[in-house]
Design a protein around this ligand. Structure first.
Ligand SMILES: *C/C=C(C)/C=C/C=C(C)/C=C/C1=C(C)CCCC1(C)C
Length: 242
């Protein structure tokens, strides 16, 4: 009965000095635990926040499943699980844009704001993927194009339409949470390009070990996906008490 081999299903040979491997294991468990938390707490927040908590839980759930596979890929091959990584991001980053729309919706956000941010995030990820795979030799130029899309999102949140809606809301809880989410996008998301820059031919290649790429991506994911969800959870709880 090779078809269902429990041994291979649960086998996971992580060596003691595989520090990137550590972060894949910690990442998959942290994402799973965060998912349970967001889904359970969804029951205790007021109606209009339930969708936001659902989306927070979906983000960490999608990541938990991908981390399970990426962890195995890393153990088996010792190389970056690039395809799985970008599939995860292509689903979760647009959902983070949906979160921005949801919290600003009751202050007049239009659906166009959400699509604009989703457009920027898909542009950022497709060009980043091309730079890491198909056009690896010219990853610098693809990284620059990807960064321009990223700056589009940053602009929207710090100076553009999203910023104006938050400012005009006159809700201190919303403004505080919006600022925190904006910092995640500015600083937390800024961790990823650092990992990308260790690719061959890029500016940090040879300066930092090639493993820094997955280390940075795993660190970024944990901070951004779980932290983002916690800020929204805090907003849901605080605005209920006010
Ligand atoms: C949950 C996953 C998140 C929040 C992923 C975010 C990913 C980025 C902000 C990636 C950005 C990149 C650049 C700005 C340039 C180089 C290529 C990327 C895709 C690593």
């Amino acid at each position: 009965m090779d078809m269902f081999n429990l041994n291979s299903l649960f086998a996971a040979s992580l060596s003691n000095d595989d520090y990137v491997g550590f972060t894949f294991f910690v990442g998959s468990m942290a994402m799973a635990a965060a998912t349970v938390f967001f889904f359970m707490e969804r029951g205790s927040v007021e109606g209009k926040w339930k969708t936001s908590l659902l989306v927070s839980g979906l983000i960490t759930f999608i990541a938990a499943v991908h981390y399970y596979y990426m962890r195995g890929y890393w153990i088996d091959n010792g190389t970056s699980p690039t395809a799985l990584r970008y599939i995860d991001w292509t689903l979760t980053v647009p959902l983070m844009c949906v979160e921005f729309y949801l919290i600003l919706k009751s202050f007049g956000a239009k659906i166009g704001l959400m699509w604009k941010m989703i457009f920027f995030s898909v542009g950022m990820l497709v060009t980043g993927y091309l730079g890491e795979t198909v056009f690896r030799d010219s990853n610098v130029i693809w990284g620059i194009i990807s960064t321009l899309f990223y700056l589009g999102i940053v602009y929207e949140i710090w100076f553009g339409g999203a910023k104006k809606l938050a400012a005009s809301s006159n809700d201190p809880h919303l403004q505080k949470a919006f600022r925190a989410l904006g910092l995640f996008v500015l600083i937390g998301w800024g961790i990823y390009p650092i990992g990308y820059c260790v690719l061959p031919g890029n500016i940090l290649h040879g300066v930092l070990a090639i493993e820094t790429l997955d280390l940075a991506y795993n660190l970024g994911d944990a901070i951004n996906k779980i932290g983002f969800g916690l800020v929204i959870y805090g907003l849901a709880v605080n605005s209920k008490n006010s």
